[in-house]
Design a protein around this ligand. Structure first.
Ligand code: GDP
Length: 444
């Protein structure tokens, strides 16, 4: 996770301030040093670290904490605001026809991200096409074609051509029936003049609506020069950070965002086409800082529960914490979660839980996207009461019957059952927590 260290070390330092209503210069200086240390460790550019920490220091010393606010919360708020200011909103990606140009060095994850983004757009109901113009890297064509295939999106490339600009031109023509064009470009090991010339030419032919810089999350101080040069040549509107599933520091992304005065558009979190997330700044920064907020959480839970299900429904979320977890529970749970937002963010609102328990769970344990939820929903409608209460009775024959009845493929039914098992395991872990936070949260 990007800047994970910042979150945990800052939490440590801030916890020392607990109970204080005012901070003296020594306190502030200790907090600021800690912030600097974690940002530098995360490979954020030195001058950016200084700017950020200066701003935080000045504000922490000059601004009076509002009445009733502890010094700790006040500093946290300042750090939060400064980071929000730096990272900004996520790059605007409208769900409409558009052309996106991807830039970045070789190996940064452009080809992978092109297919992932195309997959993402296709899930939003658009018809994307990937255009591969990388004639420099052997294998780029095959890789791009295979990934586009996996993403089930249109693809254009020409393994025999050697002029990327011509490929881009032909590609736009050949995929004219697509509405979102994602143009992948060549990278180099380092920034070289011919790379810049090439991408500038492609840029002028393609005339993209937005150009995104693809950066490996592990990139450190090199991010600044890259971001500067790509921004100078084609104008960067947003950053895609890849390989966040690795042990990345992620600081380079902050540097790039600052350098290009842009923001983050997408996060890459694995090697398959589905491993892509739209960047969400508020959740991201709150999680970064470990800003647990039970009150906000319980309000969200209450609201979500109120929006879920009928009044006369005898479904009670607390039951989940007691007995067995049925498919019916799962259906309600999915609905509630959908109203609350991603569960990992919800969990991060619980002090002491963010970044802890959730990290031990499989990433997708609770991740049910709206599309899948709809499929699951119709599938469950085709199940008998017995099956809903006790999914263990569903064997191969029943899977096929349910699939036919619901008009979905058998694979979706198996996925649903798999998802149920995963959630059941997760719930069991919470149950194992006895009187833990989860139960208290559910009782609010
Ligand atoms: P390009 O040269 O910029 O087109 O980079 P590629 O798309 O070929 O990616 C380089 C390598 O990084 C490939 O082995 C990809 O599978 C891998 N990769 C790309 N994005 C991710 C990601 O989000 N997570 C992981 N684990 N690997 C990634």
């Amino acid at each position: 996770m990007v800047l994970d260290n910042l979150g945990s070390s800052l939490r440590g330092t801030l916890s020392k301030l607990q109970g204080k209503s005012r901070l003296d210069e020594d306190d502030v200086s200790e907090v600021v040093k800690e912030i600097q240390r974690s940002l530098l460790q995360a490979d954020v550019d030195v001058s950016l670290v200084m700017d950020l920490s200066d701003a935080i220091e000045t504000r922490a010393l000059e601004e009076e904490p509002p009445a009733g606010t502890s010094a700790r919360d006040h500093v946290l708020k300042i750090v939060y605001e400064e980071l929000v200011d730096l990272i900004g909103e996520s790059t605007e990606i409208p769900l409409e026809p558009q052309t996106i140009l991807l830039a970045g060095l070789q190996g940064s994850g452009k080809t992978t991200s092109a297919a992932k983004m195309a997959w993402w757009f296709s899930k939003k109901g658009l018809r994307p096409a990937v255009i591969q113009t990388d004639t420099f890297r052997p294998g780029a064509y095959d890789q791009a074609e295979q990934m586009a295939d996996r993403a089930e999106v249109s693809f254009y490339g020409d393994p025999d051509a050697d002029d990327p600009v011509q490929i881009a031109r032909d590609g736009l023509e050949a995929t004219a029936d697509a509405d979102v064009h994602i143009v992948d470009t060549a990278g180099r090991h380092a920034l070289e003049d011919d790379l810049i010339d090439e991408i500038e030419e492609i840029d002028s032919v393609v005339d993209p609506d937005r150009s995104l810089l693809v950066l490996d999350a592990a990139i450190g101080q090199g991010a600044k020069d890259q971001a500067r040069q790509f921004d100078d040549s084609i104008g960067i509107d947003g950053v895609v950070i890849t390989k966040l599933d690795g042990t990345a520091k992620g600081g380079g992304a902050l540097t790039a965002v600052n350098e290009t005065e842009s923001s983050i558009a997408f996060l890459g979190t694995g090697e398959t086409v589905q491993d892509i997330e739209r960047f969400e700044p508020n959740g991201f920064i709150s999680r970064l800082l470990g800003m647990g907020d039970l009150k906000q959480l319980s309000e969200r839970v209450e609201r979500a529960m109120a929006e879920t299900g009928d009044e006369d429904d005898d479904w009670d979320p607390q039951d989940i914490m007691k007995g067995s977890f049925t498919l019916k529970d799962m259906q309600k749970q999915m609905e509630a979660m959908n109203n609350m937002g991603p569960l990992d963010q919800v969990m991060d609102m619980i002090p002491g839980m963010g970044g802890g328990l959730m990290d031990q769970l499989p990433d997708d344990a609770m991740d049910v996207t709206q599309d899948r939820m709809r499929t699951f929903d119709v599938a469950m409608d085709s199940m008998t009461e017995e099956e809903l209460e006790n999914p263990r009775v569903i064997g191969q024959e029943r899977v096929e019957r349910i699939a036919r009845g619901a008009g979905v493929d058998a694979e979706s039914i198996r996925e649903l059952l798999e998802q149920h098992k995963m959630m059941e395991r997760t719930i069991k872990q919470f149950q194992g927590m006895g009187d833990g936070d989860m139960q208290r949260m559910m009782k609010k």
